[in-house]
Ligand binder design. Sequence first.
Ligand code: FAD
Ligand code: SIN
Length: 530
Amino acid sequence: MNNLGPPYDVLVIGSGAAGLTAALSLATKLKVLVLAKGSLNSGSTAWAQGGIAAVLDTGDTFENHVRDTMVAGAGLNDLETVEFVIERAPAAIDRLADLGVPFNRESDQLHLTREGGHSHRRIVHVDDATGWAVQAALLKAAEESPNITLLPHMSCIDLITGRNEARYSGSGRVWGAYALNEETGGVEAHVARATVLATGGAGRVYQFSTAPRGATGDGIAMAWRAGARVSNMEMMQFHPTCLYNLDVKNFLITEAVRGEGGHLLHPETGHRFMADYDPERMELAPRDVVARAIDDQIKRYGLDYVHLDISHMPAEFVRGHFPTIHEKLLGLGIDMTTQPIPVVPAQHYTCGGVAIGLDARTDLPGLWAAGECTESGLHGANRLASNSLLECFVFGEAAAQDILGRWDELLPVPAIREWDESRVTDSDEEVVIKQNWTEIRRFMWNYVGIVRTTKRLERAANRIRLLGNEIEDYYGQFRVTTDLIELRNLHQCAELIVRSALERHESRGLHYTLDYPATEAEARDTVLIP
Ligand code: FAD
Ligand code: SIN
């Protein structure tokens, strides 16, 4: 009955914007252990380009930002949550600046860029590599904190609940997580009075995604298996402009390129085709509209890609605003100051996730969640650009404040059973993992992508059922590896996405189905109950 690891008060799973924000606030009073799969900066946070949305300009208002968020979210957002987050944005930016994030400035003001769906310039940024600067500042602060221990290369497998207590309680209370130590191959129980899930999205369930390799929906799947509700999983965001290149997969071309004047063009005729889909907002329409327009052009004309062109702007302006992208493209033989960039849509953001309230509490006592693994009510049916880092800061902080405020009520950890490996052996058929992983990602792309039909969703559901038996069988027989953990979670998330999509009998925001093209008068969340 021995629990490994020193006695931490709180376990935070994930070292991105949400996890580290929570950890830094918790560490003012408590001992915090942060676990990360792979390296400490392997999440999406480090990859964020465009920036963070916040009302900082005197000509802008919270009401404008709220309205833009609700319009992008097709009314499925929760107004109270939207206001809660947006009103806390300026303070979040101040905290980051205090931590040393070198936001771009113009004279003595922060420079604000523009992105699709925003009626005003309100994106605070660090060139075109905002996430890298944010991740570095948060990590530095966490490394310097005497109350935070950072443990990379720990792949959490499942949450520890009442079922894992030495004296089985059957309660849904969460006491930490079992994690595979990727370096030793052993499974450790990391226990704590409070656990914060901040594991990011599930983008890698799709064949083409801008998200990093580890975005396999682990937290969503773990919370679901432990008994938490999951909502709006059908709302998968596709970013309109991912670089099309046969060698470099998954490189995002930030929406700020369109925000600063980039045009979308048919690659053969040069026609600025957004005029045919959304003549008023053109390239700055919300992402779902632009991604669908590109998808339509690609399918209608049998194209491999469309062009994103900002070469009509002065070369110095382009280089100055987009130094990272400019350099990356030059290395691939594309000079964006004189040439158009070939782009395609790719999965980008998981709007749905573990259901949480304004205090970041999940359904399960002892479990809080923040960031992309959650469905907080902020994004509704489509996330407004650059609202997600903001959500991480606000809900990371909300989780920490709620835990600190209730600390004395939280029960001490009981004795927990060790991970049982007595009935498993090393796998002799790793090929099964690769095969199933590829299969899931391919049929999710083809059947559960930008434009859906009930028939395609049912086809996907059938395949998910078949693969489920095989994966559970494999999981029951062999020792866990990170690949196996991820496959099991990807499969679980695929099932949740397809189930949710089949439950929504309308088209709204990111969920667009040819069988139900109309939008119902009343917006309703798709809530799945385990
Ligand atoms: P992440 O930053 O993804 O971190 C997840 C953490 O969980 C990682 O540390 C990971 O190792 C850990 N983890 C996962 N599974 C496990 C497990 N089983 N065990 C242990 N640890 C685990 N949003 C914006 O607002 N503005 C932008 O400009 C922007 N640009 C983007 C550009 C790209 C290319 C991408 C992919 C996303 C972008 N986004 C942007 C979205 C934004 O980056 C993410 O939503 C946000 O960073 C998510 O932060 P997070 O803390 O929730 O998760
Ligand atoms: C981008 O820079 O286009 C990404 C912004 C976001 O995902 O919010």
